[in-house]
Write a protein that binds this ligand. Sequence first.
Ligand code: ATP
Length: 275
Amino acid sequence: MNPQVWLAALAGELSRHGIGPDLAGHVVAEAAAHLRDSGEAPLSAFGPPAAYAAAVADSVGGPDLRPPRRVPGAVRLNVRGVTKRYRRRPVLTGVDLTVRAGEIAAVVGANGCGKSTFLRICAGLASPDRGKVYVNGTVGYCPQDSGTCGFLTPEEHFVLIGAGRGMPRTAALRTGRANAAALDWSPVSATQARHLSGGTRQKLNLIMARMGEPDVLLLDEPYQGFDRGTYLDFWHEVWRWRDAGKAIVVVTHLLNQLDRVDIVLDLTSTKERVA
Ligand SMILES: Nc1ncnc2c1ncn2[C@@H]1O[C@H](COP(=O)(O)OP(=O)(O)OP(=O)(O)O)[C@@H](O)[C@H]1O
């Protein structure tokens, strides 16, 4: 079957299964990229469009993609008037953001508009020139570039970061392994982080950010390199954390994800709006 015909049929089948346009677009784009890069025939790579769409619908738990939002709790992150310049160049100008327990905020905007800078300021890793960041609770931060140590194994990372959170070794290992399993990853104990794939290192980063169940999670494009299944698992995890009362801030370039979040902060226009 011609790839274009197969992709069009897939889009139709995804819609028939009640998959929303943002996820359907992502699935079709990923399948198209795979077919283009691999040169494989669609039927041998993915099987019939109807079966593949059914598998996608199954993996996201049916058409109701985003669980109903609960009533948000206390303010966990309150950013007021944050301004940052590098040399003479203004990067952030008077940025405000309020995220409560049980809310997900997306930080979006053009390349270089200051998304990572904003998150680093929220994490306390960079200082604003003006403005304040109030955090009510503990913070976990997942950087855009890997924060892993090349010569440590994943489990050594769990123990190291867990110790920083006051977790005993066994609890850190148990938590790290459980959070890895939620991202469809079973760490091999002898493999050092430098030998992991980019996507798997990013899973490790995300797991480290979550060690000790912080109240506020700051995630800088945390799913780079994730395959389709892990990407879906990631959003299910994010919704689960939100429903457990976490306040979550996700930097993203993918504007088709915005119906998955509660608040959107567009740093291109520095306007905050409710999704
Ligand atoms: N430590 C630094 N010193 C000087 N300039 C910096 C520094 N960190 C960031 N910048 C500049 O600040 C601007 C914002 O960078 P930042 O990484 O926050 O943007 P971003 O929106 O996250 O970008 P991208 O979408 O490409 O990830 C860029 O022009 C960048 O070059």
